[in-house]
Design a protein around this ligand. Sequence first.
Ligand code: BTN
Length: 245
Amino acid sequence: MLIRRIGPDLENAPARVAERGSVLGVPMHLLASTPSTNDEAKHAAKDGAPSGSTWVAEQQTAGRGRQGREWVSPRGENLLFSVLVRVTCPPSRLPPIALVAGLAVRDAVAIAAPEAAVMLKWPNDVLVDGKKVAGVLVEAITSGSRVQAVVIGVGINVHTRDFPDDIAERATSIALVSRAPPDRAVVLADALALLDRDLHVVVGRGLGLLRTRMDAADALRGRRVRSDTGDEGMAAGIDDDGRLL
Ligand code: BTN
C-alpha cells in the first residue's frame, strides 16, 4: 500500500512560489507532521535559517492559535504554514505586521473564493459570513528591545467540510464557500506572494498605504464591540499603529 506523506497538490507548492518570484516561501520545507510549524521556524531561526524560509505541514500535533488556544486541523486537508522573516524593527511594528499578514491571507482566500465576501476581523481573523476560514499567529524573535525576526504562522481551512461540534457554528473553509475546488499550492503561493509585497510596505512605511484595502476588508467597522476590559463601543476602523478604534 502506498502511504502518501505529503499530498501531491502540496508538492507543487515550491513550483507555484517560483512562478510568482516570491522571496517568501524559499526555501520551503514540506513536513508530514510536526508539533507546530511556528516552532519549526523559531528553532530554525536560531540555527541561522534564511529570511523567507517556510515550513508547511500536513499535520500538527500541538498547533497553536492566538491567546493560548489550540489550532486543530485534520491531517492533509488544509494549509498549516509558518514563514520566517528577518526584519529588524521596534516591537510597536508587530501589530501592523500581524494585520498585514491577515490582509494578505484574506486576499489569497478571496482569490480562491471569488464569490464569497471575505473579511478581516481585527486583529487578523479571516471570515466568510461571520465564520472563521483562516487565522494568523505572529511570534517575534527579539534581542534586547528590538525585534530581529518574525514568524508568521497561518492556518487556512481549505478542504475541511465537517468541523468538530464545538466549532462547527463558527468555522468554514474555502471548499464550503467556493464553487471551484481549491488548490492548496495556489492558495499558499498567493498568500506568500501577497505577504511578500505588503510586508515590505508596512515595515518601511507603516499601515497608511494599505488603508483603503484595510478599510474595505474590515469586518468590525460600524459594529458594536466589547474589549477584554469590558469597555463597549462602535468599531470605527484601525489606526496606523494597528489599534482598533
Ligand atoms: C488564530 O486564529 O488563533 C491563529 C491560528 C494560527 C494557526 C497556525 S497553523 C500554522 C502555525 N503553527 C501553529 O502552531 N499555529 C499557526
